[in-house]
Ligand binder design. Structure first.
Ligand SMILES: NC(=O)c1ccc[n+]([C@@H]2O[C@H](COP(=O)([O-])OP(=O)(O)OC[C@H]3O[C@@H](n4cnc5c(N)ncnc54)[C@H](O)[C@@H]3O)[C@@H](O)[C@H]2O)c1
Length: 331
């Protein structure tokens, strides 16, 4: 997936911490860092929604350290940040429905855990923290494409937790003179995204259904649109956000997407073509907290970080299907 690096710096002398590194996006960041010879990579993950399998290839490397720990525990955060130069903070409880069912759990991990990590990063004097925010912070804003400074009213506890990250990111950057960058991801998909469980995301759910000759279930009429973003583009954004000098950074936020959108109905048709499946989707009620349309304006990340998402949805779906066809999730 990574034929050319997204960075020019030499990574050999640098130590990186990836929180949530056993999860989907985090493990893809770890893979990139090792491909380009990072000096040391530390993963802090409690394996609540991630898998040791995702970091299996790295466990035996002498410059890899896996800390099975919790960002809700300040001591685990301090231990993980010791001697670290750069922090990619990916650990969180994803999913809007999960947050509606259990707002306290989402708050504890996503908001309090985030502050624990910022304090540990501050005390360890890390050079920069790049963290995962979410397009959910746009809430009910009907404006398309979404531009960073125009947000609406929030629609879920998950969105509140991510907006909380952005507020704390800005305040810590200003108050403690830290370099902190937030990335608002828009529907990331790709290899190692878990297709199982009630909180699985749309693309892995649909692929898993089609590969098993089952009807994918669409919430709503399927005409809602999303700016689906292949994970290698998100990795690129993380690397650029971490290593690009940003003048006067005070908790900057960037949309991370492709800048294009498709409906779920079109997505299913593309997946049917790619898998050769003839199964049609079923339709059920819309989900609380879901938005109708989503499309990012990515010019800020392009201009300030040199972010250039090279992999479009169809190519990304092919890579994702290859992973499913190789992987343990195919029945
Ligand atoms: N996937 C997307 O489309 C998307 C979109 C917007 C934002 N995000 C954000 O990106 C980040 C990564 O998401 P992902 O899709 O890779 O999810 P994921 O569930 O695959 O990864 C999250 C990882 O964090 C770990 N984790 C959870 N709670 C923890 C805790 N208390 N302590 C330590 N580790 C903990 C999990 O075990 C898991 O490995 C999250 O912050 C998520 O909110 C993802």
């Amino acid at each position: 997936m990574y034929t050319t690096p997204f960075h020019t710096a030499d990574l050999t002398g640098k130590t990186f911490l990836v929180t949530g590194g056993a999860g989907f996006i985090g493990s893809n960041i770890v893979e990139y860092l090792f491909k380009y010879k990072a000096g040391k990579v530390v993963v802090l993950d409690n394996l609540s929604t991630g898998f040791e399998d995702n970091i299996q290839p790295f466990l035996s490397l002498p410059n890899f350290q896996f800390i099975k720990g919790d960002i809700c525990n300040p001591d685990d955060c301090s231990k993980a940040c010791a001697g670290v130069d750069y922090v990619f903070h990916q650990a969180a409880l994803g999913s809007v429905p999960r947050s509606i069912l259990n707002p306290i759990a989402t708050h504890n991990v996503n908001a309090t855990g985030f502050v624990n990590m910022l304090i540990a990063a501050r005390d360890a004097k890390v050079k920069r923290v790049v963290y995962a925010s979410s397009s959910s912070v746009y809430g009910d804003s009907p404006i398309l494409p979404k531009v960073e400074h125009q947000v609406g009213r929030l629609l879920s506890p998950y969105a509140v937790s991510k907006m909380t990250n952005e507020l704390y990111g800005e305040i810590f950057a200003k108050t403690y003179n830290m370099e902190i960058v937030g990335l608002r991801y828009f529907n990331i998909f790709g290899p190692r995204q878990n297709p199982k469980g009630e909180y699985a995301a749309a693309i892995p759910l649909f692929i898993n259904a089609l590969l098993n000759d089952q009807a994918p279930a669409i919430n709503g009429d399927g005409e809602q649109t999303r700016d689906f973003t292949f994970v290698a583009n998100a990795v690129q954004a993380n690397v650029k956000a971490m290593l690009t000098p940003i003048a006067n950074t005070q908790g900057d936020i960037f949309n991370i997407a492709v800048g294009d959108r498709i409906s779920l109905n079109k997505l299913i048709n593309t997946l049917k073509d790619l898998t050769g499946s003839a199964v049609n989707p079923t339709y059920r009620a819309e989900r609380a907290g879901d938005i109708r349309d989503s499309l990012a304006d990515i010019s800020k990340a392009k201009n300030m970080l040199g972010y250039a998402p090279a992999i479009k949805i169809e190519e990304g779906l092919k890579y994702t299907l290859e992973w499913f066809n190789r992987g343990k999730f195919k029945v």
